[in-house]
Write a protein that binds this ligand. Sequence first.
Ligand code: HEC
Length: 102
Amino acid sequence: MRLLLLSCLAATLAAAPSAQALDRAKKQDLIVQCAACHGADGVARDAETPDLAGQHDVYIYRQLRAFSSGARPHKEMRYMGRHMTDEEMQAIASYYSGLPKQ
Ligand code: HEC
C-alpha cells in the first residue's frame, strides 16, 4: 500500500513539468493569435484595436471575462474569450501587463 502511494506521488511529480510545458506552449499559441490584432509587443497598429502593453493585468483579465460572457459585446473578442480558460486569461493578462507601454 505504502509503495503504491509512493509510486503515485512519483508519477504526479514526474507529470508536473510536462503539464507546465504544455501550458507554456498553449500560452505561446494564444499570444500568436492575439498578436495578429494587438501586436506581438502589445501595441496595436490599427486605430480600432486597443494597445494591451502595460495595461493592468486585472483590467485585461476582467475585459476578457466580459467579452467571453457577452457583457462587453464584440464579435472577434467574444470568439477569442470563449475559447480561453480562466487560467489562460490570467496568464495572458499577466503577459501583456508586463510589456512596456509605447
Ligand atoms: C481579430 C482581431 C483581434 C484578435 C485576434 C484579438 N483581439 Fe482583442 N480586441 C480586438 C478589438 C477590435 C478590440 C476592441 C473591442 C471594442 O471595441 O470593444 C479588442 C479589445 C481587447 C481588449 C480590451 C482592451 C481595452 O482597452 O479595453 C483586451 C483585453 C483584448 N482585446 C485582449 C485580447 C487577447 C488576450 C487576445 C488573444 C487571446 C485578443 N485580444 C485577440 C481585436 C482582436
